[in-house]
Design a protein around this ligand. Structure first.
Ligand SMILES: [Zn+2]
Length: 361
């Protein structure tokens, strides 16, 4: 039962539709929609979630230096109308994921940081690397309100906005550990033909935080740079994600060391969004895995792949940045207040497409 009287609900949606129709106005979080913004950090990661209650979660912060922090700050303030970042989640300790955080924290307040705990030494099992402690120092020293080590099963305490779908952001796994399966956890048939495991990935990619964002029936999956063997354990023999998803952030920028085809097929996304760079990611096997997905209706790329294998590109309309020297165009996604429908926008291509949230299985 919906507790809101039908007339009020109709009025709410009518006002919201009117708001969307007004030219030149940003549809901010106050319209009851959930927003996800992919900021171009040139083959790194920076995914900004803005909730209907106006709270913000930044998943990864791009590279060191001012470029990526300024891009995140610009989108957060000018487009998403934020004055601070409520939650920063660092999926793992590679520079393209944590590098921009310290500079961003100088540009706008960052309240609470979740990560795997700052490593003392190189987290890729390369003890000879003496640079890591220096590289991570700005992140260690940045001024934030609170720091927490994230664990499987942790829920980010997001506020629920009235008259909108139930919102939840949960950590499904991190540091190669996952939430526990229950009797109800699905046992996908695809696990019967699971490809062989690979050599153990010694890098910190395998420790990536795995996040599932739910807004009603809308599900978004972001696993940082999680790699093959750990991806395999996440969905087989039981799918610890719990169901299929709507939107899959292509893991690890589209590298072939990630995006295990069994995981991608079990998650069966309708839309995939790849935060690749000009020459980084968007690799052939991953591209083929995505192209073969029967569930998918659209694939988006942050950058056009400008390597020699240019056949591994979606149509230009679905790519935010076509040239090497680009203007860092973003990709936006907005979910209706009831979670039943979402719109993906690529403003640089004048592209806007609506998708229906799917029933989960
Ligand atoms: Zn990365």
């Amino acid at each position: 039962m919906n507790p809101i009287p039908a007339t009020l609900r109709r009025l709410h949606f009518a006002l919201w539709a009117l708001w969307l129709a007004l030219p030149g106005l940003e549809a901010g979080s106050e319209d009851g929609r959930l927003e996800i913004h992919w900021i171009d950090v040139e083959g790194g990661a920076a995914t900004l979630i803005v909730t209907p209650a106006g709270e913000s979660v930044l998943v990864d912060s791009g590279n060191p230096g001012t470029r990526d922090a300024e891009r995140i700050h610009r989108l957060a303030t000018a487009t998403a109308k934020l004055s601070r970042i409520d939650y920063l989640i660092t999926t793992h300790f590679h520079l393209d994921h944590f590098g921009g955080a310290a500079q961003l924290a100088r540009l706008m307040p960052v309240d609470r940081v979740y990560d795997n705990g700052i490593p003392e030494r190189n987290p890729d099992n390369r003890p000879g690397d003496t640079r890591f402690p220096l590289l991570v120092r700005p992140y260690r020293d940045m001024e934030v309100n609170q720091r927490l080590v994230i664990n499987p099963g942790d829920r980010i305490p997001l506020k629920q906005a009235p008259e909108t779908a139930a919102l939840e952001l949960v950590c499904l796994g991190t540091r190669r550990q996952f939430v526990a399966a229950t009797a109800d956890t699905p046992r996908p048939a695809l696990c019967a033909s699971l490809p062989a495991l690979r050599e153990r990935d010694q890098s910190d990619n395998a420790n990536s935080v795995v996040l599932l964002l739910k807004f009603g029936d809308f599900h978004f999956f972001d696993a940082g740079d999680l790699t093959w063997n750990v991806e395999s354990r996440l969905v087989c023999p039981q799918n610890l994600v719990g169901s299929t998803v709507d939107v899959y952030q292509v893991t690890h920028h589209g590298l072939d060391s990630s995006n295990h085809p069994t995981l991608v097929n079990i998650l069966a996304p309708t839309v995939t969004i790849m935060n690749n760079g000009v020459t980084k990611g968007c690799q052939p096997k991953t591209f083929a895995t995505l192209a073969a997905l029967t569930s998918a209706q659209a694939h988006y790329q942050m950058h056009k792949n400008l390597r020699s294998d240019q056949e591994n590109n979606v149509p230009d309309e679905y790519i935010a940045n076509l040239k090497k020297d680009c203007d860092a165009h973003p990709i936006h996604l907005k979910v209706d207040p009831d979670g039943r429908r979402y719109t993906v926008q690529v403003p640089s291509r004048d592209h806007s497409r609506v998708f229906q949230t799917t029933a989960k299985r």
